[in-house]
Each structure stands twice: as structure tokens, then as C-alpha cells.
Design a protein around this ligand. Structure first.
Ligand SMILES: [Zn+2]
Length: 417
């Protein structure tokens, strides 16, 4: 790595620090979509885009897009991006790393007057995290034309709807459809992101290619039994929904520990919910993930059967109601190969990563050939102020990402299948 590359890494770290100052609260970083700190951060990113020779504009959904002209303006666009909205109490690299590395890539071209074959566009997607309206990927869904219009009625904690927030920001909710980009105008979508896991730390490597994003389902598990007096109903005659749910929760964990899936029960409620009343009803919220859709369905089916067996044995009834589903997104094999090639000589030793977390790339991948690179982050910690990367890793990530951009640009559509 030469000094120019190292300095690009240091500059990225400084910019992440600068963006971290745009926060809704002074004590930690919170920057939700369409807030004033979000606008200020986006203005700063737009200024960096201008400095890199791009002319940025906002689309109808509030995505910021900067374009760097290629040798042939009518060729399909090589799209690079990520997000700069954050969760509440966030770190400073989740999303920002990808946006700033994409800009660094263009700066590198501009410094030498290099013009790629294809136009390069850097996109900052709005509301990837879903921290404000309870629904995620608003920007990338609008960009791909997959945003359900009823989401405009989703409200934030203060009761303000997405439609209202868009209007207050200066955007027209009824024009949201104009944000949709025809996939035929895009060559590929490339995204760099922090790993949010520890595989790279374990492998001792700064960057690796990602092959796919796991499928996710969220479901309400319900057990119904009979409420009763905590003192007078004999232990042998109880139909206690809460003890049944405790068994179901442990069955979820056992299934996941066997490797069938990744699963979490993050919340359990019991009714009536008093110390001296046997719970007649219990409800749990399940999040279940697997790399392939079929594996996820199989794990959920097994869980349903197990839950029903537990319920039958205890005289309860059991239901599973799915309320959220994101299918798995596979990246283009040709792009994954180029992403591994972009890692240089150490690429061969790099693990092939699967993302168990959702990203904007999951929205793009079904429509546009896409791939991601992950950069090492300390302890796999993210969505917390302790999120940390090193300047050396940032430099390695920019270099790998730039190389990937160059490889895809030169290879053209043939490489994206
Ligand atoms: Zn992210």
C-alpha cells in the first residue's frame, strides 16, 4: 500500500468523524431520515461529491445521487452506494463507510483525469435502517420501484407520517414513483459495508467479498391455554401458556444451535400478566434467518411442528403468524468473482461471506447485478457507539473497492451475469 492509499484511508476516517457531528442528540449519534441533522449531513456529502467532480441532485425519494461522466455517457451506469441514516445511538461507520469509499473512488479517478468506460454514479439511499418509520430501505425501495404506497402512512414516534415528513423536507410524496430507475439503465450496483460480524477478524483480513444476503422472516408465535388462580389450580391441571412459551423459546434456540437457521426471540408477553394469575395467553416475537429461502422455510416448518407438539402435550393451541418477509438476495456470480479478484493476492485466502443483516444491496440485487464487499470491524460490533474500524482497513477497503469498480467497468455487461 502506498502513501496515497494510506492518506485516502485517513481522509475517510476524518470524514466519518465529521459526519458523526450531525446528530439529533448531542450525547450519541442518532441521525434518522428526513431530520434536520440528516439534511445537514447530506449537504456535507453533496459538497464532497462536488469536490470529486460530480454534480449531485436529490431524487423524488430524497436519495442523493452524484454522477461522474464516463467516456460514453449513453452506456449503462455503474452504481456505487450505501446510506448515511443511522439507528438510535449508532456508530459512525455503518453506511457511511460505503458512501465515503465510493466518493474516494471517484476522487481517485478525478485526481488522474481518468474517465471510466461507463458513467459512475454514487447514491446515498435514504432510510436504510428503518429507525424512524418502523420500515426499512425506503430509499432503495423507491429507487427500485418496490416501495408499497401504503408505507406513506407509516408514522414516527411523534405521530408524523412518512408523507408528511417528505413534504416538510421539500419533497412531494405523490411524486415518489419518479424515483424509480429503470434497471436497464444500470450496469451493476456495488456496495462496501462494515462486516457487523467477526469472520474477517478471525481470518486476519481487512476485506472480503459477500455472496448473498440471508432471507429473513419475523413472526408472532401465539400460545393459548387457560388462565386460572395461581393458588388453587392444581399443577397437574394447568394449561399455562407462559411455561409452554418458555419451552417453545428454548426449542427455537435448539433448532438454531443445530445450524438450521439463525433465530431470536426478542420479546415475550403474557396475559393477563399478573403474579397471581396463570397466563392464559402468551405471545413471542421471532426473527429467523437463513442464507437460502428453502432453508428458512424448512426451519420455520420444523419450528411450527415442534411448537404444535409442545402445545398438544400441554393442552394449548399454537399459531405462527408471519408479519415480515425479506427473501434472500443472491449476488451475481460474475461480480462475486471480480470482487474476490479485487482483493489482490490475499483474496484467495479470504472467506466467502454471507450477510445475515439486510442492506440496500438486497433491494437492488433482484433487479440489477449486484455485489458487496465487507470491511473488518472491531469485535463485529455495530449499531453502537463502540463501532470501530482502523484507518489501515479503511485504506485497504477503498483500494479493493476502487479495483472492483475498475474491473467491472472494463469487463462491462459480460462480467455481471
Ligand atoms: Zn448499514
Amino acid at each position: 500500500m502506498d502513501e496515497t492509499e494510506r492518506e485516502a484511508g485517513r481522509q475517510l476516517m476524518r470524514r466519518c468523524d465529521q459526519l458523526a457531528r450531525f446528530s439529533e442528540t448531542p450525547e450519541h449519534l442518532t441521525r434518522r431520515f428526513l431530520t434536520e441533522p440528516y439534511r445537514a449531513a447530506l449537504d456535507q456529502v453533496a459538497a464532497w461529491m462536488r469536490g470529486a467532480g460530480m454534480e449531485p441532485h436529490s431524487d423524488a425519494a430524497g436519495n442523493l445521487i452524484g454522477r461522474y461522466e464516463g467516456q460514453q455517457p449513453d452506456k449503462p451506469v455503474l452504481l456505487l452506494g450505501s446510506h448515511i441514516d443511522t439507528v438510535v445511538g449508532a456508530g459512525r461507520y455503518d453506511g457511511m463507510l460505503g458512501v465515503l469509499a465510493a466518493i474516494a473512488c471517484v476522487e481517485r479517478m478525478q485526481a488522474t483525469g481518468y474517465r471510466p468506460q461507463h458513467p459512475v454514479e454514487v447514491i446515498v439511499f435514504g432510510d436504510e435502517e428503518g429507525a424512524r418509520f418502523g420500515v426499512a430501505m425506503i430509499g432503495s425501495r423507491a429507487f427500485t420501484g418496490t416501495l408499497p404506497t401504503e408505507w406513506l402512512d407509516k408514522t414516527d414516534a411523534s405521530g408524523m407520517s412518512l408523507a408528511c415528513a417528505l413534504r416538510a423536507y421539500g419533497l412531494a410524496p405523490d411524486r415518489l414513483g419518479a424515483a424509480r430507475r429503470d434497471p436497464a439503465t444500470l450496469l451493476a450496483y456495488l456496495e462496501l459495508h462494515i462486516e457487523q460480524g467477526t469472520r474477517l477478524e478471525q481470518a486476519g483480513l481487512p476485506v472480503a467479498a459477500v455472496t448473498r444476503i440471508s432471507a429473513v422472516k419475523r413472526a408472532r408465535l401465539r400460545l393459548t391455554g387457560a388462565l386460572g388462580h395461581a393458588g388453587t389450580v392444581a399443577m397437574s391441571e394447568r394449561r399455562d401458556a407462559l411455561t409452554g412459551m418458555a419451552e417453545v423459546v428454548l426449542a427455537v434456540e435448539a433448532l438454531a444451535r443445530r445450524g438450521a437457521c439463525i433465530a431470536t426471540v426478542g420479546n415475550v408477553t403474557a396475559k393477563p400478566g399478573a403474579a397471581n394469575v396463570i397466563a392464559g395467553h402468551a405471545e413471542a416475537l421471532l426473527d429467523i434467518r437463513a442464507p437460502e429461502n428453502a432453508a428458512l422455510e424448512a426451519a420455520l416448518a420444523e419450528l411450527t411442528t415442534t411448537g404444535q407438539a409442545i402445545a398438544t402435550r400441554r393442552g394449548l393451541s399454537f399459531t405462527v403468524e408471519t408479519f415480515y418477509h425479506a427473501p434472500s438476495a443472491a449476488f451475481a456470480p460474475g461480480l462475486v468473482r471480480l470482487a474476490q479478484q479485487a482483493l489482490g493476492p490475499r483474496g484467495a485466502a479470504a472467506p466467502v461471506l454471507i450477510s445475515a443483516a439486510g442492506h440496500d444491496a438486497a433491494m437492488l440485487a433482484p433487479l440489477v447485478p449486484s455485489v458487496m464487499l465487507f470491511a473488518r470491524c472491531r469485535g463485529g460490533i455495530s449499531h453502537a457507539p463502540e463501532e470501530e474500524i482502523t484507518a489501515e482497513d479503511a485504506a485497504a477497503a477503498i483500494t479493493a473497492f476502487s479495483t472492483l469498480v475498475d474491473l467491472v467497468d472494463r469487463a462491462g455487461p459480460a462480467a455481471t451475469v
